[in-house]
Design a binder for this molecule. Structure first.
Ligand code: ASP
Length: 420
């Protein structure tokens, strides 16, 4: 184990702080820090109190971030993020540690310019608000710039250009590319011929890997607050599990943990694909199917609701979607626990009479949907930083953000939601 002075010296160097500034970051006097930094044998040497050691351990950027993560998640020399299958448990834990280190920037307390000069191409050939904006914001918060194109109509694909030609052209312009496309497998096709990092922002009913990463990040933060662990958790997934790419990625990612129970609640025509169920079972998890919320929501730690993916089905399937999958306060109160976390990848269908997550839970602390959307920033920053190899430069580059930020983001936010 490293000595106290080695740990302190290393942290000070990583954060690029003077002794005075470092003492201030630790919340101690310069004199106290000086005595902790003396060699062990010195008469003046004092051991750091447990509280200061804890502050040091939790100081963002004080610890070295895991090395070689880029190579571990992108083997074969192609720096793309296409599927959650690229992660093992250690890699996903490490990526989330990088995301944690981005929190001071995401919360607008700090600024970095590590990606100054870099350009992101954000190509969205399907509707998006959150994913497109949060990828763009994440890249900007690292100091980069963003070029955007949306829809087929205004792109050369409308003139018959192939995915491969478009991909080669864009890779010549940008340093990272995010692609959303309606066809499963299309983003992998886009990535195949280029060496610039390509990130899957959702490929039809296939995958949405960064959504699953931010969902896991949210679950872990909520569980930390509640004293729970992902291992052994009970996760209910509700709604259109057939077409919902977020749940396809999430069940795979959660399967990296141990001893989970998944309860899948979907109407018969919208069930989770068999291969994903088999994958979770083969990893040692219990997968139960329940026909109604009443049977399925007892003792769940997370209720993950999804939207009916209307755009991927014909009229008939839509009309037969039963109303009893609607999640509202009455049902959550009656069927869930006091500490069940309610999540949804959003958007939720807010049209009157819609059969989606209701708004009457909005001020309920169990509803984590906006904590979930906020998590998109540090997680996507982490993905860019790792794929572009700058994650270990961030801590040393931080400056205070000079502008005024609100102490709370939304006035309707449920408790637990703090900016600082
Ligand atoms: N925004 C998510 C997605 O793009 C979920 C949804 O659209 O329902 O998959």
């Amino acid at each position: 184990m490293k000595s106290q002075q080695d740990r302190l010296r290393e942290a000070m160097k990583r954060l690029a702080l003077t002794r005075d500034d470092f003492a201030a970051r630790l919340g101690v006097t310069r004199r106290a820090l000086d005595t902790w930094l003396l060699p062990d044998g010195s008469k003046e040497h004092r051991a750091m109190p447990a509280m200061a050691a804890k502050v040091l351990a939790e100081l963002p950027g004080a610890r070295a971030l895991p090395a070689g993560l880029r190579e571990r998640i992108t083997p074969r020399g192609k720096p793309h993020l296409l599927s959650v299958e690229q992660f093992d448990r250690a890699a996903v834990e490490d990526l989330l540690a990088v995301a944690e280190s981005m929190e001071p920037i995401a919360r607008r307390a700090k600024v970095t310019r590590v990606l100054e000069g870099a350009v992101l191409a954000n190509l969205f050939f399907e509707p998006s608000t959150r994913t497109r904006m949060s990828f763009a914001t994440a890249f900007c918060r690292l100091g980069g710039s963003v070029c955007d194109t949306t829809g087929f109509t205004f792109s050369s694909m409308a003139k018959g250009e192939s995915i491969e030609d478009t991909s080669r052209v864009i890779a010549g312009y940008a340093d990272a590319i995010v692609v959303r496309h309606p066809d499963q497998g299309s983003v992998a096709r886009f990535a195949k011929g280029v060496h610039v990092p390509v990130i899957n922002g959702g490929d039809g009913v296939g995958e949405h890997p960064t959504q699953a990463l931010l969902d896991l990040y949210t679950i872990r933060r909520e569980f930390a607050r509640l004293g729970k662990k992902v291992d052994g958790a009970h996760i209910a997934m509700v709604g259109d599990l057939k077409h919902g790419r977020t749940v396809h990625s999430l069940i795979r990612l959660l399967s990296l943990f141990k001893g989970l129970t998944f309860t899948l609640l979907a109407p018969p025509s919208l069930e989770m694909p068999g291969d994903l169920v088999a994958h979770a079972e083969a990893a040692g998890h219990k997968v139960r199917r329940a026909a109604s919320l009443k049977d399925g929501l007892k003792k769940v730690d997370v209720l993950y609701a999804t939207r009916i993916q209307k755009e991927r089905m014909s009229g008939e399937a839509l009309e037969t979607y039963p109303l009893d999958f609607r999640i509202d306060k009455k049902r959550v109160d009656a069927l869930c626990q006091k500490d069940t976390i309610v999540m949804h990848p959003l958007p939720r269908d807010g049209t009157p009479g819609s059969n989606d997550l209701a708004t009457d839970l909005d001020n309920d602390p169990r509803l984590a949907i906006f904590r979930q959307t906020d998590a998109g920033i540090p997680v996507r920053m982490a993905v860019f930083a790792v794929l572009l190899g700058v994650e270990n430069l961030v801590a040393g580059s931080l400056r205070d953000a000079p502008w005024i930020s609100p102490p709370r983001i939304g006035s309707g936010d449920a408790p637990f939601h703090r900016l600082t």
